[in-house]
Design a protein around this ligand. Structure first.
Ligand SMILES: [Zn+2]
Ligand SMILES: [Zn+2]
Length: 362
C-alpha cells in the first residue's frame, strides 16, 4: 500500500520501469529512435525503428489542450514518467453550494451536502487524514461531520479509502466500493482497509436528501474504479459534475485498452447527463489552482469549475488521445521485449514481470 511519504518513490519506480522499457528499444523519452547497434539491430522489426507511434497521439492531445490550463494539466499528468506535483494542502472550500473540496494537496476528497446528510466521495489516505483534514474541514464550512451517511470510495487504493473506516466506526457511515475493488482489497489486505460493506453496481444511483449521485464503473486504473456523476447547485442554477475515479494509467496493453473503453462509455454517460463540471481526486486538472481562484474571486464571477459541456468533453478527448499514446508505447515495449526474449537476452522475461506488476497509486 502507498502512503503519501512513499508516493515519490512509487512514481520514481514507475519512471524507472518506463525508462527500462524504452531502454529495451534503445530509446529514451524525448529522443529520436535509433537503430540498435551490431547484430541486435538486425533482429529489430522495421516498425520499431520508425518514429514512436505514440507521438502522433501525444501531439494531438497537446493540440486539443492548446492553452487551456485544465487540459494542459491533464496532458502533463498523463505524460509518461510524470508525477503528482507536491502541492500544499489547501484550506477547505465550497466549490458549489452543495460541494466541499477537502484536500491533502496531492489527493482530495469531496463532500456532497444534502438535506439529510453528507455523501463523502473518497476518504483520503488514513484515519489521521479523516481526523485532521476531513472532519475539521467540514466544520470549517459549517457542515457537521457526524452527518456523513455514505462514503463512496472511487477505487481500492489507500489514498482514497484510508480514512473510510473512521467514518463507519464513528458515525455509522456506509462504505461503498465496486465488487472488483473490494476483491482487490481482499487479495492485498492493506492496512486501514475498510471492512467490506456495500457493493457499487455499474450505473447505481445513490440517493440521499433528494440528491441522486450516479456511480459508473470505469475500470482501468484499477479493475473496479468508479466515476460519479454529481448534481450540483449554484444559487438557483443546477449543474451536473463528473469525477474521473482514477487516472494513473496501468501498464499492460490489455489494461490500457480497458481504460480507454471506460473513457468512451463514460463520455456517453456525460453527454446524457449534460455534464458541465469537471472534478478530480488528484491535482491533475489545475483543480487546486482553480479552487484558490474561486476562493479569492468576487461574488458572481464565473465558477472556474464550470467548464461547460464542450470543454468537459474536450477534457475526455485529451484523456482519450493520451491513452492511445500510452497504448502505442506499451505495444512497442511489448514487441521489443518479445524480440529481446527471442534473442535469448532474458529481457523478455524481465519485461513480462514488469508488465505484470500492477501500480498501487494514484
Ligand atoms: Zn490516488
Ligand atoms: Zn489509485
Amino acid at each position: 500500500m502507498i502512503r503519501p511519504t512513499r508516493r515519490t518513490a512509487t512514481d520514481a519506480d514507475f519512471a524507472r520501469r518506463r525508462l527500462a522499457q524504452l531502454a529495451v528499444l534503445g530509446l529514451t523519452a524525448g529522443t529520436t529512435p535509433a537503430a540498435l547497434p551490431g547484430s541486435a539491430s538486425a533482429a529489430v522489426p522495421s516498425s520499431v525503428k520508425a518514429p514512436s507511434a505514440s507521438r502522433a497521439h501525444y501531439d494531438r492531445a497537446r493540440r486539443l489542450a492548446a492553452d487551456d490550463p485544465v487540459l494542459r494539466a491533464l496532458v502533463t499528468a498523463l505524460t509518461p514518467g510524470s508525477g503528482l506535483p507536491p502541492l500544499p494542502a489547501p484550506e477547505p472550500v465550497k466549490l458549489f453550494d452543495n460541494l466541499v473540496l477537502l484536500s491533502a494537496g496531492w489527493v482530495s476528497a469531496m463532500a456532497v451536502l444534502t438535506d439529510d446528510g453528507i455523501v463523502l466521495i473518497d476518504a483520503l489516505t488514513s484515519p489521521a487524514d479523516a481526523e485532521g483534514v476531513i472532519i475539521p474541514g467540514l466544520r470549517a464550512v459549517g457542515a457537521d461531520p457526524a452527518a456523513i451517511r455514505h462514503v463512496v470510495v472511487t477505487h481500492g487504493h489507500a489514498d482514497h479509502f484510508g480514512g473510510a473506516q473512521t467514518f463507519a466506526d464513528r458515525y455509522g457511515a456506509r462504505v461503498h466500493m465496486s465488487p472488483a475493488d473490494w476483491d482487490l482489497l481482499d487479495r492485498t489486505r492493506p492496512a486501514d482497509a475498510p471492512v467490506r460493506d456495500l457493493d457499487i453496481a455499474d450505473g447505481a444511483q445513490l440517493t440521499l436528501g433528494g440528491t441522486t449521485i450516479e456511480l459508473h464503473h470505469t475500470p482501468g486504473h484499477t479493475p473496479g474504479t468508479v466515476s460519479p456523476v454529481i448534481p450540483l447547485r449554484a444559487g438557483r442554477r443546477h449543474h451536473s459534475a463528473m469525477l474521473w475515479g482514477g487516472l494513473n494509467p496501468p501498464s499492460t496493453v490489455a489494461e490500457l485498452r480497458t481504460f480507454l473503453a471506460s473513457v468512451h462509455s463514460f463520455r456517453a454517460v456525460m453527454r446524457r447527463a449534460n455534464v458541465e463540471v469537471e472534478l478530480s481526486n488528484h491535482p491533475n486538472d489545475h483543480g487546486l489552482e482553480r479552487a484558490e481562484q474561486l476562493r479569492h474571486q468576487p461574488p458572481g464571477a464565473a465558477n472556474p469549475f464550470l467548464l461547460g459541456g464542450p470543454r468537459t468533453q474536450r477534457y475526455m478527448a485529451v484523456m482519450d488521445a493520451m491513452l492511445r499514446g500510452r497504448i502505442a508505447d506499451a505495444e512497442e515495449a511489448a514487441g521489443a521485449e518479445e524480440v529481446a526474449g527471442a534473442a535469448g537476452t532474458g529481457a523478455g522475461a524481465r519485461g513480462a514481470h514488469t508488465a505484470a506488476a500492477s501500480h498501487a497509486c494514484c
